[in-house]
Ligand binder design. Structure first.
Ligand code: BG6
Length: 471
């Protein structure tokens, strides 16, 4: 098989703090928005209290990463472990925990790639000023980021700011938006999004100041939308769906200003966020070094005209919290050409090739994939194996697409599938598994939490040792 992967390609895997760590209130950690939301469902499915119990299994898990041959491990730091109430005292025990993890990774030849914020805002900041709605949250984030750079920046050179700001902002629960009036909710959302952009810029600049040789970028939830038909209106709708769900965010990071179509939307909807003098300079000064992207599926759209009841720009969520219809722009559709996962994600390796080419040709920055994977229940056989060939097929298809994108000239530096071991789904408990390693627990039964490498673990090990040639 033709091998296109460069020699120093970063083969990795990914996770996030609230989904893997557990120990949710141990050693001084504060509660987070992610904890709060997961506890709402504690009677029905797993929550963040124990998750995969990485907090007590980190040594064993890093040994497995080493066995798999990982070159990089993408994980997140829990802000509330470092600063339990978000902007107050620093918790030395939290710092000690991440120092142990970082040192163990390095001792095993694995590069840490750290996300500063993965859906887990300290809950105290929600109580204090409704989190991102306040500009103060951006400064609290800057302070937290600086603590991380000072404590870990001598060894950690690669950083991600927010995980999926562009998707997080669409999920009311994660942002703590409870406003029933759609216009007021959109206004709040726009202000929160803007403050997150400021926080991103502050964190990028602080990284460049404080971390010698530090490189930093955003981790976006990538989208690729196909038109339902070849009608020009549908083609435009598909483009706008990508613009509104992802590319406005990348443009804001890259150019330090909202693109024209986005500003038009904010104005027409009358929700332009409050901005202060000096913000534009700040946003423009923060230069990301690379773009990290998460990719799971593709989307499909048709044109949705506005009418008297539904003004231009109004968004409506149909059936899920991430894909909206937008009057005057686009309607979310099903693509009948694609198969879906058990959880409804339309599986499409070709879409990854399109996304990689699109972002690279637009921004000319190195790219790294920080999430990609198949969420599905796995079955432990009686003799203790997990034959997850469906996961291998999914990953193999996407590796093929990456190889083609590299041949197309895309500067793709690494691949961190989701997830390193089974972990808590962002909102669907523990039944929906993504890992290379099975964690022996069920939603409502912790069992023994033992670690069992799946067939995909051994397959990925071969992929890595052959630098992608055997796949
Ligand atoms: C990404 C998130 O959007 O999707 C992860 O960054 C999440 O945190 C992943 O786990 C898969 O989604 P889910 O809902 O299946 O866990």
């Amino acid at each position: 098989m033709n091998n296109s992967f460069p020699e120093n390609f970063l083969w990795g895997a990914a996770s996030s703090a609230f989904q893997i760590e557990g120990g949710w209130d141990e050693d001084g950690k504060g509660m987070t928005v992610a904890d709060f939301n997961s506890f709402k469902r504690s009677d029905k499915q797993a929550d963040s209290k124990v998750a995969s119990d990485f907090y007590h299994h980190w040594k064993e898990d890093i040994a497995l990463m080493k066995e798999m041959g990982l070159k990089v491990y993408r994980f997140s730091i829990s802000w509330a472990r470092i600063i339990p109430d978000g902007d107050g005292e620093i918790n030395q025990k939290g710092i000690d925990f991440y120092n142990n993890v970082i040192n163990e990774l390095l001792a095993n030849g694995i590069m840490p790639l750290i996300t500063l914020y993965h859906f887990d805002l300290p809950y105290a900041l929600v109580e204090k000023y409704n989190g991102w709605e306040s500009r103060d949250c951006a400064y609290a984030f800057e302070r937290y980021a600086k603590v991380c750079y000072k404590e870990f920046g001598d060894r950690v050179k690669h950083w991600l700011v927010h995980n999926e700001q562009n998707l997080m902002i669409r999920v009311d629960e994660r942002m703590n938006i409870t406003e029933p009036d759609p216009w007021k909710a959109d206004k709040q959302r726009a202000q929160m999004d803007y403050h997150m952009f400021l926080a991103h810029a502050l964190a990028v600049n602080a990284c460049h100041e404080l971390v010698e040789g530090g490189k930093i970028g955003p981790a976006v939830s990538s989208t690729c939308t196909y038109p339902l038909t070849n009608k020009p209106e549908d083609v435009w709708a598909a483009k706008m769906n990508d613009f509104f769900k992802t590319e406005y965010c990348l443009d804001m990071h890259y150019y330090g200003r909202y693109p024209g179509y986005y500003m038009r939307y904010l104005k027409e909807r009358n929700i332009v966020p409050e901005m202060k003098e000096g913000d534009e300079e700040l946003l423009k000064s923060a230069k990301m070094d690379f773009i990290a992207l998460n990719y799971y599926r593709t989307l499909c759209a048709s044109y949705l005209p506005a009418d008297e009841e539904h003004p231009v720009g109004m968004r409506v969520y149909r059936g899920n919290e991430v894909d909206f219809d937008q009057y005057g722009y686009c309607r979310d559709e099903k693509n009948t050409n694609l198969e879906s996962s058990e959880y409804g994600a339309q599986i499409d390796p070709m879409g990854l090739r399109i996304v990689l080419n699109n972002y690279y040709s637009k921004y000319h920055l190195p790219l790294i994939i920080t999430e990609n994977g198949l969420g599905t229940p796995d079955k432990l056989t009686e003799d203790g194996h997990i034959h997850d060939n469906y996961r291998i097929d999914y990953l193999r298809g996407h590796l093929e697409a990456m190889a083609l994108a590299i041949e197309d000239g895309v500067d793709l530096r690494g691949y961190c599938p989701w997830s390193v071991v089974d972990l808590l789904s962002s909102h669907q408990g523990f039944r929906k598994r993504y890992g290379f390693v099975y964690i022996n627990r069920e939603d409502m039964d912790l069992k023994d939490l033992s670690r069992i490498p799946k067939d995909s673990f051994y397959w990925y090990k071969k992929v890595i040792s052959s630098n992608g040639a055997e796949r």
